[in-house]
Write a new protein. Structure first.
Lengths: 151, 151
DNA sequence: TTAAGTGCAAATTATTTGCAGTAAG
DNA sequence: CTTACTGCAAATAATTTGCACTTAA
């Protein structure tokens, strides 16, 4: 049985949903494992893969499972997960926000035709020199988005 | 007299507004030099500097000059400038869009505290290796945003 | 029991659009 | 003249919020 939220990652990973992983994920940052958080956590990290979702996409995935979660709660929960350090919000196109379960520093592929976001292999990115932060400022993050056009 | 739209660029540039430059800018892509387009063009490239504006910011700058332009027209005009290849839309934070008059490929500084965007010196960025585009795709652009936190 | 979490509907924010009037070529 | 441009107000789209109800601890 395939996962409802399909990843576009190149490696074929395990598909077993593990509720413990979701519970641990929430527990690691002291977030209460409510029904809706567990539903969303299962969709996000239940099979151990990293995911890039939009609020609307995650809402629909939950709706398609037999465990619906309200759209407002999806928004609030994604925000809570980000604030807790479980996920990262990524902005690539003006309209919607993407949320990434992969917290490591890594570049992204943005597929312009489908408006989807996937991880780019970080070991294949090598930045030799970076502009230095102007006086009085320091670099808090470097976002690299590789925009892809279908050939 | 300082320009209404202040740049945060490090180099101190000329401040003379040149209406011819704006007219040429529009003419170069066959856009009619209407009053409102000239007003906005003067604010954007009138002094020869590159600018990074939001629609709202540009609207206010026009309002503060004695040549107001409606907000809808600012939006439509910025879109027209982008479609004509005079500007580029940049997305850095989920909420608003930024528009950049600098069409060359270059990295950006994003000042998190003031939510402003400036150019980062492109000659100080050296990317040695980049993840290759997956099969069936090709790279259309690589966006690099250096997020800055005030020390 | 009690503070935190949830859902609904209403509010916000950024942006777009329909359409009647205005202006450029 | 004639088609493109402009402005207003209304429409959208994504996201947030107020508040009464529910639930985890």
């Amino acid at each position: 049985m395939a996962h409802i939220l399909s990843g576009m990652d190149s490696t074929a990973p395990q598909t077993t949903i593990d509720a413990d992983r979701s519970a641990d994920w929430l527990a690691s940052v002291d977030l209460r494992p409510t029904r809706q958080r567990m539903v969303l956590a299962n969709l996000l990290v239940g099979d151990g893969q990293d995911r890039h979702v939009t609020a609307e996409g995650l809402f629909e995935a939950a709706a398609q499972s037999d465990e619906p979660v309200s759209l407002a709660t999806v928004y609030n929960t994604l925000k809570a997960f980000c604030e807790a350090g479980l996920m990262r919000e990524i902005t690539v196109d003006g309209s919607k926000s993407y949320f990434d379960t992969n917290m490591t520093d890594h570049p992204h592929f943005y597929w312009e035709d489908t408006a989807t976001l996937t991880d780019a292999p970080s070991d294949q990115l090598e930045i030799r020199r970076l502009p230095l932060a102007p006086d009085g400022a320091e670099i808090s993050a470097v976002d690299v988005v590789i925009r892809l056009r279908r050939k």
